[in-house]
Design a protein around this ligand. Structure first.
Ligand code: COA
Length: 192
């Protein structure tokens, strides 16, 4: 059990970035997170995850070996969004991330980049994860640029028909522990 805890980085609780802090979700955060998760602009790009508030509560408040949600807050403590690590496969050292900044007036200020960068650095440094991937709509240029700044690269694409009949292309982007961030060229996330 202790091995599992070590491997999964259970020590990862509060992660300090340069602009944001990532911390465990608390019960008081749930109404705001659910409000954002139902916002049309967030749903358009990040998808809709839960049918009920109880489902959201269960997912966000109960991390498992396969998933964990962090609340994103400004350094003054204001909740602004969430970032999740999910589909964690310890056997292969891979996981997916999903993120949104719910406060739209705070988009384009480098907060998404800081949240993603803080998360991947911590997981690469403290767990056995070697690769982190994400899925993003090809048209979501803001998110693509955000991930690109952290060092993610596009590795694949799939075009599918959505519920509303539209066709969308989803990119698979990936970052390896041995990659460097674009901003800090040459600086690796952890080696090994
Ligand atoms: C995606 C998201 C998490 C990014 O967070 P953010 O704080 O806005 O991102 P950042 O400020 O770090 O980076 C955004 C970059 O995109 C750029 N950008 C914004 N609109 C753009 C556009 N139409 N085309 C190209 N670049 C664009 C910004 O200028 C910035 O780049 P810069 O720092 O080089 O100037 C946030 O915008 C969000 O939650 N969006 C809605 C939900 C979503 O899309 N989630 C991701 C699902 S995969």
């Amino acid at each position: 059990m202790s091995f599992c805890r070590e491997r999964s980085g259970a020590k990862l609780r509060v992660l300090e970035g340069e602009k944001v802090r990532l911390r465990p979700v608390e019960d008081d955060d749930i109404p705001k997170l659910v409000e954002w998760e139902n916002d049309a602009d967030i749903v358009r790009w990040a998808g809709k995850q839960f049918d009920t508030v109880e489902d959201a509560r269960e997912w966000h408040l109960k991390p498992t070996l396969q998933h964990r949600t962090f609340a994103i807050e400004l350094l003054d403590g204001r909740l602004i969004g969430e970032i999740e690590v999910l589909n964690i496969t310890w056997k292969t050292g891979t996981a997916e991330i999903r993120v949104f900044i719910g406060e739209k007036d705070l988009w384009n200020r480098g907060l998404g980049e800081d949240a993603v960068s803080t998360l991947v650095k911590a997981y690469f440094a403290s767990t056995s994860l070697k690769e982190i991937f994400l899925r993003v709509d090809e048209e979501n240029r803001r998110a693509r640029r955000c991930y690109q700044k952290v060092g993610f690269r596009t590795e694949g694409r799939v075009t599918c028909r959505w519920e509303d009949g539209s066709r969308r292309t989803i990119l698979l982007m990936k970052l390896r522990k041995t990659d460097g961030s674009r901003k800090h060229a040459g600086k690796q996330y952890g080696g090994g």
